[in-house]
Unconditional design. Structure first.
Length: 640
């Protein structure tokens, strides 16, 4: 696990700057505190920071092929590298290390750009072909590992985090469309970043620079077309069990200690069950809870820990303003408002005291259909058919009379979201967006000082993500949207930044691509039975997990933000979102922002997610103006 960075002059006669890449690598020291390597070859300079996981002594990067004509810097883990290596050795390639990284350069020699198609794992890497002066950059299929780049007039700059590009001096003009989408989704969706001058390389894509020309091409796309409906449920379950076991087994390769993030839900419990089957020695598990009982899952996690006799560790999260928000801002580099990043950062810090690698259940909801919003959208479809438009239009007002509670996903909160989402005239994707949206288009127009300035609606992203899916297959359309937008832009960004912030490698076995490809093609009728979410995963785990785990409701990593905003974070929120500071951005109406805070404090409605989204943007904005050069970016400290 590492961080990578580099620059390439598009005029190959111009030399690259070693000093620039050294500064870029220094900015991501937290991603790889164990080692650093930099190479310069004429117009190219690239480097890495290394967290040593496999071949601790021999895995120094950049790594080369036999005659040093191909070099690579690599971030990630390859779970099939031993198999690929054996095949390459049979073809005459000679290896100098035991590192998984080295297979990339030999595989590139053998098959060129198609090398990415042979790799199983999480990765972002850059291969420099010294003879051809050609650069290949690639990202894994689902976007588990990040890659940012800026294509400027005279150079290409790339790195594992956005801060590497900022250190290299890219243009930092704010992208209003990216902000517009952030306010709805809590993250900036790929390929955009908050800066006009920077982009994310999308999952399953590669970037090639040759003869001064830059091109991006897709090399993988998840296929959601269902296989034969004649296939029996039992045969599907049997293959699913095999693929789950294979995914977990493959993710255990390491020369350092491993552990598991344990939430008490089915996803993480399935990983613990799998590790107990294939991992010898003590099994360490890590859980996070809150003082607010409705938000804490510690009791459920303990059930799993006892069932599998793990060495269990727990931490209760408390709101420490001086630590939490600045750490998040430093880690994400752009506005990001999924508050579950807080417990993930905390549990990562807890785990890092004991292990170097931690497995987590990210992706389980997107792969196995676990979100409540899927059932809500299906229910909403019937609601629209049976309830006249006139009646639907007045229901939100009636539901608005319910008393506001600040507990976890309270009934009044869910009722308001459902009534608002199902009231509109839009289609199923619009309704799905309504469940997730923080600020809808109308709310954003009221928030901006200049209206919406002709910005495109965020719904376009959902429509694009589901464009290749059968319009009649509702569940698959929703899964395509959440896999292609929410998984990459929210869940995996969160998982990468929060683990790397404390120099911990996070692995996500439920996103092993052979498993994901298989489940994607299972017919929708087997992914959800009625409104039963994760039907197939629960069936496979029926003989392995405690009954309380299988039958318990989905919890999620929710954070008591509603109560914190009126409690320990109240002064911080009021100060950060004070009218003078909001006005300084030139973007939002101070009166509109103050009204949100007042409404939440007076319990007119739960506006906590709206406030948190604005709070994280304002904190990021202030950090940009106070650190214009971002000469150094210290790693966030572990929360206590």
């Amino acid at each position: 696990m590492c961080g990578i960075a580099g620059t390439l002059q598009l005029d190959l006669r111009q030399p690259a700057s070693r000093e620039t890449v050294a500064s870029m690598c220094a900015a991501i020291h937290h991603r790889g505190p164990d080692d650093e390597g930099i190479m310069v070859d004429g117009p190219l300079a690239m480097g890495m920071r290394r967290l040593s996981i496999i071949d601790l002594a021999g895995g120094h990067q950049p790594l080369w092929n036999e005659d040093r004509s191909v070099a690579v810097v690599f971030n990630g883990e390859l779970y099939n590298f031993q198999e690929v290596r054996s095949d390459l050795e049979a073809r005459g390639h000679r290896f100098a290390t035991r590192s998984d990284t080295e297979v990339i350069v030999h595989l590139y020699e053998e098959v060129g750009d198609a090398c990415v198609e042979r790799l199983r794992g999480m990765f972002a890497f850059a291969v420099w072909d010294l003879r051809r002066k050609r650069l290949l950059i690639a990202r894994d299929r689902l976007g588990i590992k990040p890659l940012y780049y800026a294509h400027e007039r005279d150079r290409l700059v790339f790195g594992s985090e956005l801060k590497t590009l900022v250190v290299a001096g890219i243009d930092r003009e704010l992208d209003r469309q990216a902000l517009h989408d952030y306010l709805t989704l809590t993250h900036v969706p790929a390929p955009a970043t908050i800066y006009r001058g920077a982009r994310k390389l999308e999952p399953g894509c590669r970037l090639i620079v040759e003869d001064g020309r830059v091109r991006v091409e897709r090399w993988w796309q998840l296929d959601f077309n269902p296989f034969s409906p004649a296939r029996s449920e039992e045969s599907i379950l049997a293959e699913l069990e095999e693929r789950l076991d294979d995914a977990v087994r493959s993710h255990l390769v390491a020369d350092v200690p491993l552990g598991v993030f344990l939430s008490g839900g089915v996803d993480s419990a399935a990983l613990v069950a799998g590790m107990r089957r294939f991992h010898s020695g003590p099994l360490k598990t890590f859980s996070i809870g809150f003082e607010e009982k409705s938000f804490s899952e510690l009791d459920r996690a303990r059930i799993v820990a006892r069932a599998f006799e793990t060495e269990h560790h727990e931490l209760v999260v408390r709101p420490e303003v001086d630590n939490i928000i600045p750490q998040l801002t430093a880690a994400f580099d752009e506005p990001y408002a999924d508050s579950s990043a807080i417990p993930l950062l905390c549990v990562s810090g807890l785990a890092r005291q004991h292990v170097t690698v931690a497995l987590s259940g990210e992706g389980g909801d997107e792969v196995f259909a676990g979100y409540k919003t899927y059932a809500a959208t299906m229910l909403g479809r019937w609601y629209r058919r049976l309830v006249p438009q006139m009646v639907r239009g007045i229901v939100p007002s009636i539901v608005g009379l319910l008393p506001v509670r600040h507990t976890k996903v309270s009934f009044d909160y869910m009722a308001r979201r459902f009534a608002a989402g199902a009231a509109g005239p839009g289609d199923d994707l619009a309704m799905h967006l309504a469940w997730k949206a923080i600020f809808d288009d109308e709310a954003k127009r009221a928030l901006y000082v200049d209206g919406d300035a002709g910005l495109a609606p965020t719904l376009r992203l959902f429509e694009g993500a589901a464009a290749d899916v059968d319009p009649a297959d509702l569940l698959t359309r929703l899964l395509a949207v959440d896999t292609r937008i929410g998984l990459e832009g929210d869940m995996l960004v969160k998982a990468d930044r929060m683990t790397m912030a404390v120099s911990l490698e996070g692995r996500v076995p439920l996103l092993d691509h052979p498993l994901v490809e298989f489940v994607a093609r299972i017919p929708s009728r087997l992914k959800m039975k009625g409104f039963e979410k994760k039907y197939l995963l629960r069936r496979v785990m029926r003989s392995r997990l405690p009954k309380e785990t299988l039958d318990g409701p989905k919890q999620g990593f929710n954070v008591p933000i509603p109560a914190w905003i009126v409690g320990p974070l109240r002064d911080y929120v009021r100060d950060t979102l004070a009218p003078s500071r909001v006005r300084a951005t030139g973007l939002f109406s101070p009166a509109a922002v103050s009204r949100l805070i007042d409404d939440h404090e007076r319990r007119v409605r739960d506006a906590s997610r709206d406030i948190w989204t604005l709070l994280m943007f304002q904190t990021w904005f202030d950090s940009q103006t106070s650190q214009p050069g971002l000469e150094s970016a210290p790693a966030p400290q572990i929360l206590r």
